[in-house]
Write a protein that binds this ligand. Structure first.
Ligand SMILES: C[S@@+](CC[C@H](N)C(=O)[O-])C[C@H]1O[C@@H](n2cnc3c(N)ncnc32)[C@H](O)[C@@H]1O
Length: 205
């Protein structure tokens, strides 16, 4: 079976059911907390795609952000989240495929271990879909792995030059550098990114 064929909803539901969730650190991570803590207003429309158990959504909610959306293709983590954070608006929990998401006009999308969970063949489409769902000048911010892994994925690693090629047509690069405050197991292995959506795609011939 090909890599792409198995990374569907069923695959992820099973990972949660079998508690094979090594990516789950149980809390918002320091780079994302530091980023959230400097956001200027609480009314930004924010999406956390492939957000799993949703610790970023929980933190944002606790801090008084009112337009936070947690998206995952799997039902299990959203159910966990609902039980853990009962005051979070149920209509902001989206069990959908990121690639066919109907909501748009986000001010900010937060990335953590979602990009690396997707088949490599969908990376270009990830950048394009981020462009589609963000407002002009909206931001994509978070962390990406900065090295290749020897073990078969997910997670799938990568290098910054490869990533730049996906994002360059759609985004200006505000931050795209080694992350200094990663959680311990990911230290030296992450890039911190903050990308600003272009008004329109810019393809260099
Ligand atoms: C490696 S986990 C990361 C979860 C979370 N970001 C974290 O750091 O704990 C990847 C998540 O992406 C979700 N996912 C995979 N493909 C997806 C898709 N096409 N649309 C939405 N969610 C997806 C999975 O169900 C899973 O919860």
């Amino acid at each position: 079976m090909s890599q792409e064929a198995i990374l569907d909803q069923q695959y992820w539901e099973q990972r949660y059911r079998q508690q094979q969730t090594g990516w789950d650190v149980g809390a918002i991570t320091p780079p994302l907390k530091a980023y959230v803590d400097q956001l200027p207003t609480k009314d930004l429309k924010i999406l956390i795609p492939g957000g799993g158990n949703g610790y970023e959504a929980e933190y944002l909610h606790q801090q008084g952000f009112t337009q936070v959306y947690l998206l995952d293709i799997a039902a299990a983590p959203l159910q966990n989240f609902r039980e853990r954070v009962p005051t979070f608006p149920a209509e902001h929990l989206l069990q959908e495929d990121f690639y066919t998401l109907s909501q748009s006009s986000f001010d900010l999308v937060i990335e953590q271990t979602f990009f690396c969970a997707l088949p490599r063949s969908l990376r270009g489409a990830y950048a394009r879909q981020m462009f589609e769902i963000l407002k002009p000048a909206g931001k994509l911010a978070g962390v990406l792995f900065s090295e290749e892994f020897t073990a078969p994925g997910p997670p799938f690693g990568g290098r910054s030059a490869e990533y730049q090629a996906y994002f360059e047509p759609y985004f200006k690069f505000l931050h795209f550098e080694p992350c200094y405050n990663s959680v311990k197991p990911r230290q030296g292995k992450e890039l911190f990114i903050e990308l600003e959506r272009r008004e329109r795609p810019q393809f260099i011939a």
